[in-house]
Ligand binder design. Sequence first.
Ligand code: PLP
Length: 231
Amino acid sequence: MLKDHLKQVEDNIAKACARAGRDRSEVTLIAVSKTKPVEMLQEIYDEGVRTFGENKVQEICEKYEQLPRDIEWHMIGHLQRNKVKQVIDKAALIHSVDSYRLAQEISVQAQKKNLCMPILIEVNIAQEESKFGIFADDTIQLVEEIAALPNLEIKGLMTIAPFVTDPEENRTYFRQIKQLSVDIKNKNIDNVSMDVLSMGMTGDYEVAIEEGATMVRVGTGIFGARNYANK
Ligand SMILES: *Cc1c(COP(=O)(O)O)cnc(C)c1O
């Protein structure tokens, strides 16, 4: 069953890439496995998926211990500073950096482990009160400040678009953040590459790919609906 869902998502990604004249290799599918048991992750792993997204540090740490080591774990949820220490050597990429203080803690912990941590800056592109992330207008300044910290590397931007029934409604937001990433890239800031644009979820990943996403984060579309009550 999961295999069929995955096939469908893969098929949709390939078609969106074709529509946009992009190569399939430009887009990474992140299987968002939060709340799902390791058996389900293993099933998708057996189909070749190696990139998983989680939004809780504890869940990454538990699943990290139980599943094969060639998995790339992406931290996509809000990250508290006191939990950075636990996740710093397990996550391949932290998508959710939205303050200087958080970046500073990542830098400190990365120095202790003698590694260079790749991060994305989370942008609240639609300025929704319910969401984390920095506003677009403040992003360039924050990028410049964070880029000066040692042992981290800003790889790009991430956004969670509004929850909509028609994904076309989010196209304008995806365009805005793509433009923002181009503007930042053109500033040629040290330690800042803007190669990654993490946007698009189950409801809107095809539109996101058409507008330049290089990582899409798909949960429900692969694993089915989440039941938080059972957690
Ligand atoms: C849960 C989550 C997703 C996946 O959402 P779906 O709608 O299930 O695809 C993507 N990104 C983030 C940050 C999430 O927390």
